[in-house]
Design a protein. Structure first.
Lengths: 325, 372
């Protein structure tokens, strides 16, 4: 079946784009969210590519596999016969591949690497590095085999919020250095894709003040630069506070007694203290939640998993993301 | 256990470097330690922050990025201490380095070069390098009893150790020299294959990037040529300061797998570089106030829910079960570090119910780090 004839968005109405760029402040779990999204979009017999670009090998660590090479490899099966592949893009490798494609370098390319030329080239022009990384992502996103697209969706575990604008804004960076030539053409192509409805930039946050502030700032920056902002994904979320009631010790003591638990002073005071801290935290979380809703982007919450994000956790996240509307 | 007060009070310790993954509370920890050094230990302290959250910056009186330490008001100075704070302006620090090493005419030429503009604002590692440069400057001025440094939110915690070497290697690397004078370096002494490759490289660069770019690059390199020695020397100097016993590295992490892994990498690396690692500050640790185990707590909550009429206790018990379970998992994660580095003292800081963004909050954090 041709790609164009397949439902564009079989995962539900929530993910209409083809290239999903996942960013977020450090420590918010963007790699886990990106992996879960790749899994969600692969469900039901589709194929997705999960890409990382910062050389952190975060995907390999998350899945407990050997470090990823610069090659698209099977990572994990998705429910219903789908497949997630993974790729760690390396700027040097991408440059060599690029040069090889256009100039047939062969052994000379390897010699250049020995000389440090490749390291040099990707270092001297900072924008060049990002053009190469995003260029590879674009190539994978738009690649076709026969009449159909190779990947139904590509999910990019992108640099954190503090660097995302600059990373995606490749044209501006390279335009300062390269006014003409293939690099310029390449960066223009990347820029067009990243600013098209094919792309969505999702921001991962926690219900904590600094990540939420960075989310607000990043969305403003991305919007101003003309990149389509997708969802705000709240990771490690606890449900909104329900009662908001002050816990009285008498009430607690009565309950503990009914449950056959100790009702000594230390237990009652300790549990009441925990409840109080929890309440303070919840109120802050509720107000941060309101800030996020006011951004006017769809918000999806992934629950805090007390045992951390393991493969069962990723599957659960994927299911929530798949159902997002 | 890590005794932070002992480090902060020690007149022999002149530099504290806080490092770790992004999002673990490095900046807050650095600011809290600096405040405590000033208030409790009477030290003239400066804290160098890289990219503080807006409200934290405001609480330190940092309203502008002017690359100069500013005195923090509203702190207790009865013990004779002082607290100054500054935010790193990467580009300005780079400009200053250039100005210091060359004459004004040449500096103007460098500043106008598009490569310099790109590099001084976006070069991967420039921020790390400039943080170390600024540390070197503050140290050289000798005005401070203690300098507390927050490190940049790098791609990898190791970047800031590598950046100075990488930058200086790059600036006086042979590639630059090859590009500058292909005729000279492509002379008879070199292997012909390499020469051929390099000729090819030049051609490719010309084709891919354009001739104007190569001209700009040559101009940039030629202008910087006189500064190569200076760059390398400074990088080496800073490196030696970091190895000296007057420096104390504090790793900062949260009990999350990624953060602990970063901390472990860093601990290994500091050991290999023979840099003085003082300990690990483990932030945002959850600690239940009551020893009731999670399963029993949850079972009791279920019983009460069936019974009815005890909604509050049910909520409290379920919340406790979640907290206790999280705490157990955190301990397990933290053990990955302590088992790998049993000799590194650690201190756990209990998670605060609300975020910190004023001097009072920093004081509380400082006390929590010192007396957990």
């Amino acid at each position: 079946m041709r790609a164009a004839e397949r439902p564009a968005d079989p995962a539900g109405t929530g993910w209409p784009s083809r290239l999903h760029v996942v960013t977020g402040k450090g420590g918010t779990g963007k790699t886990s969210v990106a992996a879960a999204l790749a899994l969600a979009l692969a469900a039901g017999g589709r194929r997705t590519l999960l890409v990382e670009v910062e050389g952190r090998q975060g995907i390999a660590q998350l899945f407990g596999v050997d470090p990823l090479p610069y090659a698209e490899r099977h990572l994990v099966d998705a429910p219903g016969g789908g497949e997630v592949r993974a790729l760690a893009v390396d700027a040097e490798e991408a440059l060599l591949e690029y040069l090889d494609m256009f100039y047939k370098l062969g052994a000379a390319g390897r010699a250049l690497r020995k000389l440090g030329a490749i390291d040099f080239a990707t270092t001297i022009a900072p924008g060049l590095r990002d053009v190469l990384l995003t260029g590879k992502v674009k190539e994978a996103t738009t690649r076709t085999a026969g009449q159909r697209r190779v990947y139904d969706a590509v999910v990019l575990d992108a640099p954190p919020t503090g660097r995302i604008g600059r990373f995606l804004n490749v044209t501006a960076e390279t335009a300062r250095l390269a006014k003409v030539g293939p690099i310029k053409t390449q960066s223009d192509g990347v820029s067009a894709l990243l600013r098209s409805p094919m792309t969505a930039v999702h921001v991962v946050t926690l219900l904590e003040e600094m990540p939420v502030q960075e989310t607000v700032d990043a969305i403003a920056e991305l919007t101003q630069l003309g990149f389509p902002v997708g969802r705000v994904i709240v990771n490690a979320a606890r449900p909104p506070s329900t009662t908001g009631r002050v816990v009285t010790r008498a009430e607690l003591r009565r309950g503990l007694a009914a449950a056959g638990l100790p009702t000594d002073q230390a237990t009652v005071a300790g549990l009441a203290g925990e409840a109080r801290d929890q309440q303070v935290r919840r109120e802050l979380e509720d107000s941060l939640r309101t800030d996020l809703v006011e951004l006017g982007r769809p918000v999806t919450e992934l629950p805090l998993l007390p045992d951390g994000v393991d493969s069962a956790g990723l599957a659960a996240f994927a299911e929530i993301l798949r159902r997002a509307d | 256990m890590l005794d932070v007060d002992q480090i902060l009070a020690d007149p022999g310790v002149r530099i504290v470097v806080c490092c770790g993954a992004g999002g673990v509370g490095k900046t807050t920890t650095a600011a809290a330690l600096a405040l405590r050094a000033a208030e409790r230990h009477g030290r003239r302290t400066v804290v160098l922050t890289i990219d503080p959250a807006r409200r934290l910056a405001q609480s330190l009186g940092l309203t502008e990025l002017d690359n100069t330490p500013r005195r923090v008001k509203g702190i207790d100075v009865e013990g004779g201490g002082e607290l100054h704070a500054m935010m790193l302006d990467m580009k300005r620090t780079f400009d200053d380095v250039v100005l210091q090493h060359t004459d004004p005419a040449k500096a103007a030429e460098i500043f106008a070069n598009p490569f310099y503009q790109a590099m001084s604002s976006t070069f991967a590692g420039t921020q790390e390098y400039m943080a170390m440069e600024k540390l070197g400057q503050l140290h050289a001025r000798g005005e401070w009893d203690l300098i507390v440094v927050d490190t940049p939110p790098s791609r990898s915690a190791l970047d800031f150790l590598d950046a100075p070497a990488r930058l200086s290697r790059f600036l006086d690397g042979r590639m630059l020299r090859l590009l500058l004078a292909p005729a000279r370096s492509g002379g008879r002494s070199m292997f012909s294959f390499v020469t051929a490759s390099f000729g090819m490289f030049s051609k490719v660069v010309q084709k891919v990037l354009g001739a104007q770019l190569l001209t700009d690059l040559s101009g940039f390199v030629a202008a910087l040529d006189s500064m190569f020695g200076g760059f390398r020397q400074r990088a080496e100097q800073t490196y030696r300061i970091l190895q000296a016993s007057e420096t104390a590295f504090l790793l900062v992490a949260t009990p999350e797998p990624d953060a602990v892994r970063e901390a472990a990498y860093f601990a290994g690396r500091l050991g290999a570089e023979r840099m003085p690692l003082a300990g690990l500050v483990l932030n945002r640790v959850h600690r239940p106030a009551v020893g009731l185990d999670p399963a029993a707590s949850r079972a009791a909550a279920d019983r009460l829910a069936d019974l009815g009429g005890h909604d509050v206790t049910v909520d409290v018990l379920r919340a406790h079960a979640g907290l206790a379970q999280q705490a157990a998992r955190e301990q397990q994660v933290a053990r990955r570090f302590t088992e790998a580095f049993p000799a590194v003292p650690t201190v756990s800081v209990t998670a605060q119910p609300a975020d910190v963004h004023d001097v009072d909050g920093l004081r509380t954090i400082g006390a929590a780090i010192s007396h957990p």
